[in-house]
Design a protein around this ligand. Structure first.
Ligand code: ZN
Length: 459
């Protein structure tokens, strides 16, 4: 099977950040067979379906290095009440969803991801295996991670940090089962990471065992790091050091690690992360919503490769890129850094590298797998196309994306999703989300809730 995307502007995303005009990408099966001037490629690869991309730009697919798809059910509510949330419900909506409901909500998140040009995502959830099959059907390249910790939750509610071997063993067993079942599945379309949740919730034993398991099985692993002031305070209180030094003392830091957030890290933590080449998931949009900012420039300068993630309530990586640019410029009062090309690199090649797939995806280069998206630039907000990456990072919208391909397969073509029943998914997800919030509020009538929910779904 050969597809030639011809007459396009190609944002190759290679290390030289090359842009090619009037050019073509030839895709044979799952691989990019050739990239170059349209006439040359058509002569080289005469067979195959030609897709005329005149007026369009082809980008390497976006890589979301940190997300929780089920949080899309909390959209419009949990963005605005802080983290950890100031809403005092004793349980989350996520924990109240049935398996079938989880599958629908995860598919809703995947749909939004695909429509925003995402081709790979690292999904972290408790019992992620319950909806892994639904996600695999979407055709996305997946990295799945089962979220766990070994703290006693009942004691935690009383402010005590007590760790239990049986929770640790259970979490590790669940991760091992996920890896057994999913790692390398469908010719590596799905791989797995390990995901101990956060420093304050994990004992040194757990951290060491995760690191050992990752090294022994050649896996990546991830953790939320310096996500909240509460976390920093709790680790200082229980371990006597900041969260990064606690991870370091537990032999947890290394180049296989993706640390998400890093909002409150000190200069000493930054240099420790840098000297261990820890990958960072820069979750800029949710960070902005939380009124916090990670020191991205400093982390990068210290030696940390940077990727990007959406985290909670949204899967729109176009927005994540824009937030990454604006947030970092505001944080440093800097009019010129980062440039849009820097941000695109974090969301493509940078993400591929920290997920351990930099040789395979992240740029449009012959020999890599064909993960890409197509932008229709004939839009009022995208012309003139003098500097396409800047135009798209500053002004682009998911609605500009007309095509998405993962491993040579179309997930979105001519604006239509091919792997997800879009209307059915949206309708069911709307109903489920209204239902679960209604159940939560009804179950805890004494918990103050400053939102007046509508009487029912709009669709
Ligand atoms: Zn997270």
């Amino acid at each position: 099977m050969v597809t030639i995307l011809s007459n396009a502007t190609l944002v190759t995303g290679d290390e030289g950040r090359t842009i090619l005009y009037d050019s073509a990408v030839a895709v044979r099966d799952k691989l990019i067979a050739a990239v170059g001037p349209t006439e040359e490629i058509q002569a080289q690869v005469p067979e195959g379906e030609v897709v005329d991309c005149r007026g369009k730009a082809v980008f390497p697919g976006l890589i979301n290095c940190h997300t929780h798809l089920l949080a899309t059910a909390d959209r419009g509510i949990l963005e605005d009440f802080g983290f950890p949330t100031s809403l005092r419900f004793p349980e989350s909506t996520r924990s109240m969803l049935s398996t079938e409901e989880r599958q629908v909500i995860a598919t809703l998140g995947a749909l939004e991801a695909i429509r925003s040009g995402t081709t790979t995502l690292l999904e972290i959830a408790d019992h992620v295996g319950e909806f892994a099959e639904s996600l695999a059907h979407t055709g996305l390249r997946l990295v799945l991670a089962d979220n766990f910790n070994d703290v006693n939750p009942d004691r935690l509610r009383l402010g005590a940090f007590e760790f239990e071997a049986h929770r640790r063993e259970e979490g590790l067993r669940r991760s091992a089962e996920l890896v057994e079942k999913w790692h390398g599945r469908d010719d590596d379309q799905v791989t797995c990471f390990l995901a101990p949740h956060a420093p304050e919730l994990c004992s040194p034993d757990l951290l060491r065992e995760v690191r050992d398991m990752a090294e022994a099985r050649d896996l990546g692993y991830t953790i939320h790091l310096s996500q909240s002031r509460l976390e920093v305070e709790a680790v200082m209180r229980t371990r006597g050091v900041d969260p990064t030094h606690y991870l370091f003392a537990s032999d947890f830091l290394g180049p296989r690690l993706v640390a998400a957030h890093c909002r409150y890290v000190t200069p000493a933590e930054v240099s420790l992360l840098g000297s261990h080449n820890v990958g960072i998931s820069n979750n800029a949009a949710i960070a902005a919503r939380r009124g916090a900012a990670a020191p991205i420039r400093e982390l990068q300068a210290a030696g940390c490769p940077i990727g990007m993630g959406s985290d909670n309530m949204a899967e729109d990586m176009v927005e994540v890129m824009r937030a990454g640019l604006l947030h970092e410029r505001v944080r440093r009062n800097d009019e010129m850094w980062p440039q849009p090309e820097d941000v695109l690199e974090w969301a493509t090649l940078g993400g591929a590298q920290i997920l351990g797939m930099g040789q395979k995806v992240g740029s449009l280069q012959a020999g890599k797998e064909a993960d890409l998206f197509i932008v229709d630039t004939f839009k009022a907000h995208l012309v003139p196309t003098l500097r396409i990456v800047s135009g798209f990072v500053h002004n682009g919208q998911p609605a500009d994306i007309s095509g998405v391909m993962v491993r040579g397969q179309w997930l979105l073509k001519d604006g239509k999703t091919l792997t997800i029943d879009e209307e059915d998914t949206i309708r069911r997800a709307e109903k489920i989300s209204h239902g679960v919030w209604g159940r939560l509020v009804a179950k805890y009538p004494n918990v103050p809730f400053p939102v007046k929910l509508p009487p029912g779904p709009a669709h």
